[in-house]
Design a protein around this ligand. Structure first.
Ligand code: GLN
Length: 535
């Protein structure tokens, strides 16, 4: 295919309508037709990346293979498209301004006054087109964060307006809105959609396709009315009603031929409708599962499930491929005590100890780990969860009562988890951890090796602290084995207690690498062990 086609996805009326899922679903449909597709997110906030953001602000921080701390929507893109994203797939206002200011300091603007238009918008446009020109994608879908009308998203919307002119037929705008249902009047209301489209038109953009989010089915009269008032063709108004799983959304859009409409509008041949076979098989497994597997996720951000988005999705995928429904219990680590452990943890088939930072909630993680070990419940510790496994084992089995991570207690006499050498002199918080994919060599016969069925795997990281190799012999003599390590640095990546059914801690984040058609082997193995434990 000659030219890259650019699809922009904007949102109106309210936030949290699921632009990421719509972008990913459309991407999936185009990819299934044989096109090379990527999706990128432009976030209008000023942070350079979400790495320094508290999960309460923006949910999970996702990590790309090349070590970029990214918006959680990139997780959806990867789970749907089954291809990795990189730092080029997530740009913020902060990064745009940083780049423009650096150019200004270098003198690149030759004495000109540097302004939002054209300098900021030019930089946005350059970044929008980067992936298309570099990797020759057929389609680049760009999701613009926020809601149309926000002050901070204006330069992005203006850039889209300019690009429509420059790209002509190779450009398409999809606008996502919301149609609320007023229960008292028993009526669906299209006015917010009309207003939102008007706002977009005032900014110079006429959307080509509208996607209406709704909790109730919209009849053809409503769709026709929206088309008429919003200057959009009737076949270009798509509804996206609530469905039991986000993985149903591509099928919802396909039934309304949204991908065909896109292809026609950008002047491409429509061709056969793809069968989406592996995708449908996954959904079929999900819908036909009758028994469930009960997993407890122990963490301190459980009030906000988005904080563990990729873990939730990885568990769901693993449960589905094990033909089980996922019964996921969120357990607040600050509320877990010796006294209530039996009541809360006793009914679980498997326990997952979440990643995290800092002291808060750590004691509850130790309680969960001791209970899991003593009752032989399959357990997966991820990053801080793995570090907690090591500390708890040191305290309870190695009898090093004051063992700790130097993150929690810099003066501990037993630094079983310690700061990495290359991290010691870093004072900047942003983007300064050990980030991205690293090799991990697995020991034959270990639970991890059995799970992956491979000697060498690559998984993504996001941490400053690590297992302290000075203690390795003592741990191994006491039954906690180091079964995965980085071949270049000897950093310990996996620990496990071999005498237990399934008790594995990983320094890396397997949840960033689990997709619908390619679920992560470690999660599959963990959930399988949990199911067997139940029997
Ligand atoms: N706080 C720990 C570290 O920095 C673990 C980080 C995490 O769980 N992502 O090493």
């Amino acid at each position: 295919m000659a030219d890259t086609k650019y699809i922009f996805v904007t949102g109106g009326v309210i936030s949290s309508l699921g632009k990421g899922i719509i972008s990913a679903s459309l991407g999936k449909l185009l990819q299934a037709r044989g096109y090379k597709v990527t999706i990128q997110k432009f976030d209008p906030y000023i942070n350079i990346d979400p790495g320094t953001l508290n999960p309460y602000e923006h949910g999970e921080c996702y990590v790309t293979v090349d070590g970029h701390e990214a918006d959680l929507d990139l997780g959806h893109y990867e789970r749907f498209l089954n291809i990795p994203t990189t730092r080029a797939n997530n740009i913020t206002t902060g990064r745009i301004y940083k780049s423009v200011i650096e150019k200004e300091r270098r003198g690149d603007y030759l004495g000109k006054t540097v302004q939002v238009v054209p300098h900021i918008t030019d930089e946005i446009k350059r970044n929008i087109k980067l992936l298309g020109s570099k990797y020759k994608f057929d389609f680049v879908i760009t999701e613009i964060g926020g809601t149309v009308g926000d002050i901070e998203s204006l330069p992005f919307i203006e850039s889209v307006r300019q690009l429509r002119w420059e790209l002509g037929k190779n450009c398409l705008c999809v606008h996502l809105t919301y149609v609320p249902y007023i229960a008292a009047a028993k009526e669906l209301k299209t006015k917010p959609t009309q207003h939102s489209v008007k706002q977009l038109q005032e900014l110079g953009i006429q959307p080509d396709i509208l996607v209406l989010r709704t909790e109730h089915e919209l009849n053809s009269n409503i769709l026709r009315k929206v088309a008429l008032f919003c200057n959009v063709a009737e076949d270009s108004v798509v509804q996206s009603m609530d469905v039991p799983t986000i993985y149903e959304v591509p099928l919802v859009l396909q039934r309304q031929k949204m991908d065909e409409t896109v292809l026609r509008k950008v002047g491409l041949e429509v061709g056969e409708t793809p069968a989406l076979r592996p995708w449908k098989e996954f959904l079929n497994k999900k819908y036909t599962a009758t028994e469930s597997v009960k997993i407890g996720l122990v963490g301190k951000y459980v009030e906000l499930p988005d904080a563990y988005k990729s873990i939730n999705e990885s568990l769901l995928q693993a449960a589905t491929y094990n033909h089980r429904k996922l019964d996921l219990q969120f357990i607040h680590s600050e509320k877990l005590t010796k006294e209530n452990a039996e009541e809360i943890l006793g009914p679980l088939d498997g326990i997952l100890i979440a990643p995290g930072f800092g002291q808060r909630g750590i004691e509850g993680k130790f309680v969960a780990l001791k209970y899991a070990r003593e009752h032989d419940i399959p357990t997966l510790g991820i990053c801080l969860g793995m570090q907690c496994m090591v500390i708890e084992y040191a305290r309870d089995v190695l009898k090093l009562k004051e063992a700790n991570s130097t993150e929690m207690d810099p003066t501990t006499p037993y630094k079983v988890i310690d700061i990495m050498e290359e991290q010691k002199n870093i004072t900047n918080m942003g983007g300064s951890m050990r980030l991205g994919a690293y090799d991990c060599l697995l020991k034959k016969g270990s639970k991890a090796h059995n799970a992956y069925n491979a000697d060498l795997v690559q998984e993504r990281h996001r941490h400053r602290f690590e297992f302290n190799n000075e203690f390795k012999d003592r741990f191994e003599a006491a039954g906690m084995m180091c079964t995965g390590e980085n071949p270049d640095t000897s950093l310990v990546e996996v620990v496990e207690v071999s005498s237990l059914k399934w008790y594995v801690g990983v320094q890396f984040h397997p949840e960033y690498n689990s997709t619908v058609v390619n679920p992560n082997p470690l999660f599959l193995s963990f959930v399988k062990a949990a199911i067997e434990n139940k029997k």
